[in-house]
Structure formats: C-alpha cells, structure tokens
Ligand binder design. Sequence first.
Ligand code: CA
Length: 237
Amino acid sequence: MVTQENHAAGTVKLGGSGPMHILLVEDDEQIGEGVRTGLALASHAVDWVNDARSARAAVAAKSYEMVVLDIGLPDECGLDWLKDLRTQGIELPVLILTARDALADKIEGLDSGADDYLVKPFELDELYARLRVIERRLYHHADPEMRHQGILLDPAGQTVTQDGNPVPLSRREFSVLKLLLGKRGRVISRRQIEEQLYEWGSEVESNAVEVHVHHLRRKLGTSLIRTVRGVGYVIEK
Ligand code: CA
C-alpha cells in the first residue's frame, strides 16, 4: 500500500509491456520514492520531478511515453498543467494520482485530458495494471510488430527473431533496435539514443551506445546498422 506513512517498492514486472520513459510528478517524498523505485525495478526509466514548473521544463526538454501526475502540487494544480498540455496539443498519456476521492475530482481529471486516475492510497500493482492498460490501448495498436530483412521485432512481447530464430537481446539493446527500426531511413544521433535509454541524471558511459550497437551487429549481422560518422546511426529502409 502506498500511503503517506508507508510505501513498498514492488518487484512485479509490467508484464507484456516494454520499458517506457515515464515522467513522475509527485511532491510527496515517500510516495514519489515508492513509485519511482517500483517503476525502475519494472525496467522503466523514470524522471521524478516535484512540481508543475519542473514538469513543464521536463516535457519541453525530453520525450516521454507516460506521465504519472499528482494533482496536489506545491506550485500549481496538476490538472491546470494537464489542461495546458492538451491545449498545446500534446497527447502524452497521463495517469493522475489524487488524494481526493470525490467524484467531481475524478470527472474533472478525466475531462482535463487524463487517461486514467488512481486515488491514494493505492497498491503499486494497481498502478502497474493501469499503466499497462493505457500503454496497450495507446501504443500497442499504433506500435505493431516491425519487420525488416528477416528480423521481426514484437514490441508487446519484447521479443526479436531473425529468420524465425529467437535472438536474445538485453533490455537496452532491444530499445536501441526498436528506436532505429521505428525510424528506418532516418539517422538517429547518439544523443537521441542515450535519451531514450537512460534516466535523467544517471551516469552514462560515453561509449554505451557504441557498445549496444556493437552487440546488435554481432547478434543480427554487421550490415544492419550503418554508422554515419559524426552524426549517429541508421537502419536503411
Ligand atoms: Ca501532492
């Protein structure tokens, strides 16, 4: 149970869903730490900010796949920020957390553009389940299997096969491949790949991306990913 008094970091995987880059906006230290730790253990990259101002800056600076948003923030009502996002046409999926369980607040949240809501206190397992539902609804239909030269990448199952044979990839190798396959024909910079892979502020080995690409080439063939010197990487169409 995640409450003001206690929190527990779940170790349950978000079964069937891939790693996501999640923005967590929560000013309560214990709840924030519990959710952040739980999501990180479930292999998600989480940026945690404490107020609406930082949330605005984060969304302006980086791309996320999901936002977990506390309504009661110190500087602004989370719903006002959410309304601003929608007004700007940003359709980032948002799950709101609210300590208030009045029906009117839930309705206002959904009317403001939230995809779902959870009332505190909540179980981390329920948070995972809700995020999974949102992700399936929004991404897995729009994010079908990717096929390229005998390679089949299944985002939902997080599996890759080549000519029908399973190719075991690490979580990060999978993310790099998915990013490059999803933007076939476009050169993706090392910086863009790093941002996809790592949490804000976490240490990134300067050659980490090169290492992942090296492993992908070893597993899937040297010609798959082309290096564009000084720019980045591309999988040709
Ligand atoms: Ca709060």
